[in-house]
Each structure stands twice: as structure tokens, then as C-alpha cells.
Design a protein around this ligand. Structure first.
Ligand code: NAP
Ligand code: G4F
Length: 368
């Protein structure tokens, strides 16, 4: 029986990957962080919590990572753990680099020292392309990170490649474009939209405050994408792959489509809030998945329209069950409104009032 260790098993992708690997007959281990309130709702939602072995570990703590590898004795490591919210990386750049950059290197070092044939998957990201204006992006496109998150992930991208070439390790990058699902965190724009649309439809909320509506993303469906992670580690040779749908839509289009699902006009509810705009954003991401289609024989199964429908209907169903008094593992009822809790926005507001804000908000390639 093959053994897999998934870091960050409590996030969006971890539970889908665990389910996929369990169905393939793997013994699955997963790392989680000690938090004051246990955070296993996604694993419960997919019915996998009792089928996996959980190991406490933090990406910033080498000894706990070593302990995790020692306990799991994995054939494959899927390194998904990260401070994955781009907006937050502007507020916590050092933590982001410790977890997202040094954290992956800690793992690579452990595998190198153990001298075992452990395959390593690094959760790389389309954010790496950042300010690059070329679309679609592929494995050879210039990477110009536009956030502390992307800069940290670029370090890990290269370290994975460097360990592959220096030490002959089976270390691979999946350069995954945005992928979403009903298990997506509520701070990310898609789930924020679908959760709000459900609440608005049921009369529980009256407006939806968003930042930049013009940015464009290549949005796919998370369960399709975890299959690609596994395929990447099943190849004869280690390599890096873009995983995407090849289709790009703006945040505005996502909003419009989500309100369409419940028969409402988005213009009646959406409010633009400057405080939700990032100091720097990434304007267009669209992946060329030609290599993964050809080599991995992978292709996405769920379309943009289907994805939006799946997410809206899931949030609507959950709120209806909740209002009928049903108790089930879920994140939304305890979620605080981000506009009220993001302290950095208060600082930005004050800087703006005092005319001190220096960020241009857009990085130009001219002069690069
Ligand atoms: P996610 O929902 O934010 O999950 C991140 C996981 O990392 C959670 O389990 C989280 O634990 C854990 N984590 C955070 N800081 C940690 C630390 N210091 N030590 C140990 N664990 C820590 O992210 P996701 O959407 O599943 O994405 C998985 C990975 O793919 C991430 O590395 C992300 O950057 C990358 N990625 C995601 C996308 C996407 O569109 N989803 C696209 C490209 C790449 P808690 O639950 O306790 O917070
Ligand atoms: O949903 P987002 O926060 O995702 P983002 O920044 O694209 O990052 C996600 O995808 C990456 C892959 O490309 C991952 F690596 C990363 O870990 C994460 O999973 O924001 C998407 C877009 C941005 O341009 C943002 O400015 O939506 C825009 N947006 C507009 N209003 C908003 C909002 N984003 C959020 N989170 N909240 C808003 O109110």
C-alpha cells in the first residue's frame, strides 16, 4: 500500500486530495496546525476525517516536519501548506516567507538528508506570473511576482527545481491556476461572492462589498486539480506542469453569473469598496495547459458556468439547512466581516486622508 503525506490537509485542496488518494488505495497522513478551535470541517464534510492519520506540524518548525515524515514514512509528499491568501501577504510578509518559502525548503532538506526515494509535490501557483503581460501563460513564461506571497512561492518553485537538478530528487512543481469549490475559504473572492449571493437571496444580507472587479482569473474546479497533482508524481521523470482551464473571466463576470443562478441582478447589490483593493494586483491570469493535456493526459471536467452554479447552490443549500436548525460542520456562521477586521485598511485609509499613500497600485513592465 502506497503512503502519502499531505501538508495543509485542513485547507481547501487537502481534503479533496485525501479523498482521491484514499480511493486509489493509499494510506493517507496529513499535517494540521494546532489552533484554539479545531478546524476539521472540510475533512468531515467529505467524510474522510476518520480515514486519515493526522499529525501536528507547522511549516515554520523543522522538528515537527521531521517528526511528520518519520511517522508517515511516505512514498509521496504533497506540500500544500501555505499562508495562501495574497491579500494577507501584504500584511504579514515575513510570516508568508517563512511558511511559503523557507517551509518548503525545510521539507526538501529533510528528504535530502533521509536519502529515501520520497517524491515531492510543491504547490506552485499562477501568481508567479504576476506582472507579466503575456497571456496565455505556460511553463516557460516570464515570472514577475506582484505580492509577498508570489515572491515566497517563486523561491519555493526554484528550490524545488534546484533540488531536482542538484540532488536527483523526484521534486515537481504543479503551477496551478485558481481553483475553487464549496470548500474554498471565505476570504477568497469566489466563495465570498457565492456565500453572499446565497445570503442575499434568503434576505440575510443586503449588499456585497468587493474590491477590484476588473481583474481576470482562470478559474477551475478543485477536485479536477487534485487529480493533476497525483498525475504529476506518477510520471517516469520529475517535471513542472501548468494546470489550468485555458479560459479567463473577470471578477465582474463571476459576480454576474453567480447572481444569475438565483435570478437576481448583481448591480442591485454590489458595492465597490476601495479598502478591498490590494496595494498591487495581478490583472490577468490564463494558463496554457497544452503540456499537461499531452503528457499527463489531464483535462478539466467542470466549466466556468458549472463551477459558479455548484458553488452558489452549495452555499444556498447550507444556509437553508442552517436556518431550518440543522447542525453540521461548516465555516460561514462564525465568519467575521472582513471589512471590519482588516486593520491594515484602517492604516491605508489614514494614509490616504493624509495624502501619504505612495503605492501606485499597478506595476508596469516599462523600464523593467
Ligand atoms: P488553503 O485553503 O489556504 O489551505 C492552506 C493549508 O495550509 C491549511 O491547511 C492551513 O492550515 C495550512 N497552513 C497555513 N499555514 C501553515 C503553517 N504555518 N504550518 C502548517 N500548515 C499551515 O489553500 P488551498 O486553496 O487548499 O491551496 C493549497 C496550496 O496550493 C497552497 O499552498 C496554495 O498556496 C496553493 N495554490 C492554491 C491555489 C488555489 O487556487 N486554491 C492555486 C495555486 C496554488 P489552517 O487550516 O490551520 O489554516
Ligand atoms: O480570490 P482571490 O483572493 O485569489 P488570488 O489573489 O487570485 O489568489 C488565489 O489564487 C492563486 C492562484 O493564482 C493562489 F496561488 C492563491 O493561493 C489563492 O488561492 O482574488 C482574486 C481576484 C484578485 O484580483 C482580487 O483583487 O479578486 C479580486 N477581488 C476583488 N474583490 C477580491 C475582492 N479578492 C478578495 N479576496 N476579496 C474581495 O473582496
Amino acid at each position: 500500500m502506497k503512503r502519502a503525506l499531505i501538508t495543509g490537509i485542513t485547507g481547501q485542496d487537502g481534503p479533496y486530495l485525501a479523498k482521491f488518494l484514499l480511493e486509489k488505495g493509499y494510506k493517507v497522513f496529513g499535517t494540521y496546525r494546532r489552533v484554539s478551535t479545531p478546524n476539521f470541517w472540510r475533512l468531515q464534510d467529505l467524510g474522510v476525517l476518520n480515514k486519515i492519520t493526522l499529525i501536528p506540524a507547522d511549516m515554520s518548525d523543522m522538528s515537527s516536519l521531521l517528526e511528520a515524515v518519520t511517522i508517515a514514512e511516505p512514498d509521496e509528499v504533497y506540500n500544500l501548506a501555505a499562508q495562501s491568501f495574497v491579500g494577507n501577504s501584504f500584511d504579514q510578509p515575513l510570516l508568508t516567507s517563512d511558511v511559503d518559502a523557507s517551509g518548503s525548503t525545510r521539507f526538501l532538506e529533510i528528504i535530502r538528508h533521509l536519502k529515501k526515494n520520497i517524491k515531492f509535490y510543491q504547490a506552485s501557483t499562477s501568481e508567479l506570473y504576476g506582472a507579466c503581460e503575456k497571456v496565455p501563460q505556460d511553463e516557460h513564461t516570464l515570472m514577475i511576482p506582484n505580492s509577498p506571497y508570489a515572491a515566497a512561492k517563486l523561491y519555493s518553485f526554484h528550490m524545488t527545481r534546484i533540488y531536482r537538478h542538484s540532488y536527483g530528487m523526484f521534486a515537481c512543481n504543479g503551477i496551478l491556476f485558481n481553483h475553487e469549490s464549496p470548500l474554498r475559504g471565505l476570504e477568497f473572492v469566489t466563495r465570498k461572492i457565492t456565500n453572499s449571493v446565497a445570503r442575499i437571496k434568503l434576505g440575510l444580507q443586503h449588499e456585497l462589498r468587493l474590491g477590484n472587479l476588473d481583474t481576470k482569473r482562470d478559474w477551475g474546479y478543485a477536485p479536477d486539480y487534485v487529480k493533476a497533482m497525483w498525475l504529476i508524481l506518477q510520471q517516469d521523470k520529475p517535471d513542472d506542469f501548468v494546470i489550468s482551464t485555458g479560459e479567463m473571466h473577470s471578477v465582474r463576470e463571476f459576480v454576474q453569473e453567480a447572481f444569475n443562478v438565483v435570478g437576481l441582478n448583481w448591480k442591485d447589490f454590489v458595492v465597490s469598496d476601495e479598502r478591498l483593493k490590494r496595494p498591487l494586483d495581478v490583472y490577468q491570469l490564463c494558463g496554457n495547459n497544452g503540456k499537461s493535456r499531452k503528457v499527463l493526459k489531464w483535462k478539466p471536467a467542470v466549466t466556468f458556468k458549472e463551477l459558479v452554479k455548484i458553488m452558489v447552490e452549495s452555499d444556498l443549500g447550507r444556509w437553508q439547512r442552517y436556518m431550518e436548525g440543522e447542525v453540521f460542520p461548516w465555516d460561514a456562521p462564525n465568519h467575521s466581516h472582513e471589512v471590519d477586521i482588516v486593520s491594515r485598511n484602517v492604516v491605508r485609509d489614514k494614509e490616504k486622508e493624509a495624502g501619504k499613500s505612495k503605492g501606485k497600485g499597478k506595476f508596469s513592465l516599462k523600464g523593467w
